[in-house]
Write a protein of this length. Structure first.
Length: 632
């Protein structure tokens, strides 16, 4: 149980103030963990004013240190009628995502919103006094109010495209348990859509580790589906794609085709003949060849994809791997006020030339509901496909690979360093995909070398996926003020396979080491990595807190974290990661009113109930964008 801090006149006033954590960020939580105790019991005190008290400036602190605590004077006057709120939420725990001086969660009784902004947080009776006849009063009836969720990493554009592609995931997401199942689903899609010969068939979320045959697909498996349609099937890791013979022919891939830099074209045994397997950067050979929907069609799919996110309580999402055309489309949707969420865009950079083409773009500033946040590097493949770059060999290599297989690098170290140097010069944030610890070393080494030569203020780099981080790497990340972003749902979906096949028990127990990061004071986020996994924040939270696999085994109990710290990874830390800590991520006066109502209080339910928590409503800038239908 958590000791929930009651809202008093002093804590109400604290909620009105902002503290500087790092340059460009809002107040960030300290490391104090919730302790057992009684639920919040508000004491007498006045509500927060609808205006934000000025905060005294504070010196930046290093990760893990709490900003200096000051005691602002409580408000002394109530709101004037002209400033009455549009909406008041009351009748349930308002989880502010702020803490008291001892690190305990501050939970309020009520919250008021006006013109998309939070104008009061505090006691129910006092906040209801500032309502007028036009104020909508929303009784939470015991349900919990939290900041809208912020995805630490994902691919909104890919989620949109996948809506018209074939879902090939194993249970519980899909129905594919064998190669025969996969072939049946693909044939059914061709028949359902009445595809003419030559039209592409695209499948996704295929996972060889969960197939009955426990082997990688090859072109022959897809030729058995059709030799008149080009077919591509994307692996759940995103690092591998399988194509059939017609697709190889369209792509011009033959025995003499060389591997692209940072990629591999799979070959038949004892032959140069392509097997149909494309790994790492070779996947781009097929993704670039796929027909792109019209802008109007893609815009429709994007808005539909955003609605999937808001149904889960997300109000800020990412599109990593977006291209220039995608960014233009996002901006057009923003100008037309079509977005259902706020979108932070990170183009993937695969070379210095790619990075140089971005010079002159407007980074780091919101353009209505879209922001070009920085760039992303992809330094290795995925653990699920055993293409992540490890320092120690895989316990069991993938088929066709020798013993001692460690995966491979995608980019050369000098190129990574050059790109980081340009990013520092231009003031860009850099995210890097590194599933393997060797890839993480490459990123850390490059940053350390660049910073020996250049000073950089609050660069806030991010290491994505970070599944196999070592303790010494976490120490280096703290020195660099680098944020890890954990795809904790991998523990549920693939934890058993990592333990039994890919890594062995010892390394699998350390996957996604959130507790080790927390012990060092590192701020971390939780990421969906959608569409590789469903955009399900409650599964992310449950996996980070309980670390339970599909077989109901706990994988690495010492890396479990408290619920409140997991919620930070979905709220305040997410805002900090995208340089938006002053505007969102906490429920405080002056913050954007991005809100989610959950059917139960995550701070009081049992750990094994976290995954079943359900968003009932999502508010973006104070306006409802999703409301669940009441059960019949």
């Amino acid at each position: 149980m958590h000791r929930l801090v009651p809202i008093t006149a002093i804590t109400v006033a604290l909620l009105c103030c902002s503290y500087s954590y790092h340059s460009g960020s809002g107040p960030q939580p300290g490391r104090g963990r919730p302790t057992a105790g009684k639920p919040a019991r508000p004491s007498k005190g006045k509500p927060a004013r609808p205006t934000t008290a000025a905060a005294s400036p504070s010196k930046p602190t290093t990760p893990g240190t709490r900003p200096p605590t000051r005691t602002p004077q409580p408000p002394t006057r109530s709101a004037e009628p002209a400033t009455a709120p549009d909406r008041i939420f009351f009748g349930g725990p308002v989880i502010t995502m702020r803490v008291d001086g001892a690190g305990n969660p501050i939970v309020a009784e009520a919250l008021a919103v006006r013109r998309g902004e939070i104008v009061a947080v505090g006691e129910r009776a006092e906040i209801l006094k500032i309502a007028d006849a036009d104020t909508e009063q929303i009784d939470l009836a015991g349900k919990a109010l939290l900041p809208g969720f912020i995805d630490g990493h994902g691919h909104l554009g890919a989620v949109a495209l996948r809506s018209e592609q074939v879902q090939l995931a194993p249970p519980p997401t899909g129905t594919v348990r064998s190669i025969a199942d996969l072939q049946r689903v693909l044939r059914a899609d061709i028949k359902r859509r009445k595809l003419a010969g030559g039209q592409w068939v695209v499948g996704w979320n295929y996972d060889d580790s969960r197939l009955r045959e426990a082997r990688q697909l090859v072109r022959d498996d897809l030729d058995a589906v059709s030799t008149t349609h080009p077919i591509v099937v994307h692996h759940a890791s995103g690092a591998v794609a399988i194509v059939n013979t017609p697709a190889l022919r369209l792509l011009g891939i033959i025995a003499d085709t060389p591997d692209p830099p940072g990629g591999q074209i799979g070959r038949r045994p004892r032959s140069r003949e392509p097997s149909g397997v494309l790994a790492d950067s070779a996947v781009f050979l097929v993704t670039r060849a796929l027909p792109r929907p019209s802008d109007d069609e893609l815009a429709t799919r994007l808005v539909q994809a955003e609605r999937q996110y808001v149904r889960r309580g997300f109000t800020t999402v990412q599109d990593a791997a977006a291209g220039p055309d995608d960014l233009d489309l996002y901006r057009r949707l923003a100008r037309a006020n079509k977005h259902e969420v706020d979108v932070v865009v990170y183009p993937v950079v695969t070379s210095v030339a790619d990075a140089e083409r971005l010079v002159g773009q407007r980074f780091g500033a919101w353009e209505r509901s879209v922001k070009l946040g920085g760039i992303e590097l992809v330094l290795d493949g995925g653990l699920q496909s055993r293409s992540a770059w490890l320092g120690t060999p895989y316990a069991t290599p993938p088929p066709g690979k020798p013993r001692g297989w460690r995966g491979t690098a995608v980019m050369a170290a000098p190129e990574v360093e050059q790109i980081l140097e340009l990013a520092v010069e231009q003031g860009w944030q850099v995210l890097a995909h590194a599933d393997g610890d060797a890839a993480a070393d490459q990123y850390l080494d490059a940053w350390e070398r660049v910073l020996e030569r250049r000073r950089a203020a609050d660069r806030r780099p991010v290491l994505l996926r970070t599944q196999t981080l070592r303790e010494d790497q976490l120490d280096r990340m703290r020195e660099l003020q680098m944020m890890p972003s954990f795809a904790s749902a991998h523990l549920f979906y693939w934890g058993d396979w990592y333990r039994d096949v890919a890594l062995g028990p010892a390394r699998a127990a350390r996957l996604d080491p959130a507790a080790s990061a927390l012990a060092r004071g590192l701020l971390f986020t939780l990421q969906t990595d959608a569409p590789a996994l469903p955009a399900d924040p409650m599964l992310l939270l449950a996996s980070a807190v309980g670390r339970t696999t599909r077989s109901n085994k706990v994988l690495g109990p010492t890396q479990r974290i408290p619920v409140f710290d997991g919620l930070r990874g979905l709220t305040s830390n997410g805002a900090h990661q995208v340089f938006d800590g002053e505007r969102r991520g906490e429920l405080a006066v002056g913050r954007v009113a991005d809100l989610v109502i959950l059917d139960r209080n995550p701070l009081s339910v049992r750990t094994d109930e976290l995954r079943s928590l359900r968003p009932l409503a999502t508010y973006r800038k104070g306006v409802p964008v999703y409301q669940a239908r009441p059960p019949r």
